[in-house]
Design a protein around this ligand. Structure first.
Ligand code: ZN
Length: 289
């Protein structure tokens, strides 16, 4: 089961999010037919979607968009406060490896942007964009938090894709200093960077996230919340009919006469929705109201 822990360390002056996303990545591999290095990049983006979603409240939601002008094209991930993520990539059939490791930089590229769009249930959306620094997602997201949210953050993302193109492990860690953090907390966290280097190995070694947190932070952890996390899309025929309505009556008439039906496939979950002539006529009728 995938889940996420919210916790505090350093006498509650530092906040930690640790999530396991293996099942989410395996769902994404099947839905989108991802090849291994596309699975690595999308998997890490989904993991960040889970973590950043867990920072939201109630009906707030966010979208992460990555584009490094690499062969995978756009990587888009939606997250929310209920532990749900979904996403898509433009080109799932991408595979690059270097020295037996999946090459995220060659897949994503490093000449582009990381955009975060948050719907905080206010009048306007919060939109922020930073240039990609390295094509390595952990670094690029750490840069985003420092630049856009003025929150210095330590991020580790790990994923292992097996020969049979399934993820054996996937997850991520985000550590953030709270406003009352001390110099000694920074020194303490710096002492952890070496052990965090091979994060997928740690995820393999510690099946329970609670045990991994205890190991990483010397058994001085206060767990605040445990949140189950899943790949979920709440699309519906009704939802996409609103999209068809935006085409206008003339265009819908053209579809009725030429194609006698319309099919829409959800980007996020690949569910097909078929609209027959009756469906299209009733969408058109709705327009006149
Ligand atoms: Zn869907």
């Amino acid at each position: 089961m995938d889940y996420l822990l919210k916790a505090l360390i350093c006498d509650k002056r530092v906040r930690v999010y640790l999530g396991k996303t293996t099942a989410i990545v395996n769902d994404a591999i099947i839905i989108h037919d991802l090849w291994p290095s596309a699975a690595s990049v999308m998997g890490k983006a989904l993991t960040m979607g889970v973590i950043m979603g867990a920072m939201l409240k109630g009906k707030e939601a966010l979208t992460i968009k990555l584009n490094g002008n690499g062969p995978i094209g756009n990587v888009v991930v939606d997250g929310n406060a209920y532990g749900e993520v979904r996403g898509y990539v433009d080109y799932p059939h991408v595979h690059f490896s270097k020295q037996d490791a999946l090459d995220d930089k060659a897949t994503l590229g490093d000449n582009g942007h990381l955009d975060v769009i948050k719907d905080l249930q206010l009048k306007d959306l919060f939109v922020s964009s930073v240039p990609l620094q390295s094509g390595q997602l952990a670094n690029d997201f750490a840069y985003y938090f420092t630049k856009s949210e003025q929150t210095p953050s330590l991020i580790s993302l790990g994923i292992t894709i097996k020969e049979d193109n399934t993820a054996s492990v996937s997850g991520g860690l985000l550590v953030q200093l709270l406003p009352d953090a001390l110099e000694e907390d920074i020194v303490y966290l710096e002492s952890k960077t070496a052990v965090l280097k091979n994060f997928s190995q740690l995820l393999k070694q510690y099946e329970r996230l609670e045990d991994l947190l205890d190991y990483l932070f010397d058994h001085k952890v206060t767990i605040l919340e445990t949140l189950p996390v899943t790949y979920a899309c709440h699309c519906s025929k009704e939802h996409f009919s609103r999209g068809i309505a935006t085409l206008g009556a003339e265009e819908i008439d053209k579809i009725i006469h030429e194609d006698h039906q319309a099919e829409i496939i959800c980007h996020y979950c690949k569910t097909p929705y078929l609209y027959n002539i009756d469906d299209l006529e009733s969408i058109k009728k709705g327009l006149k109201k």
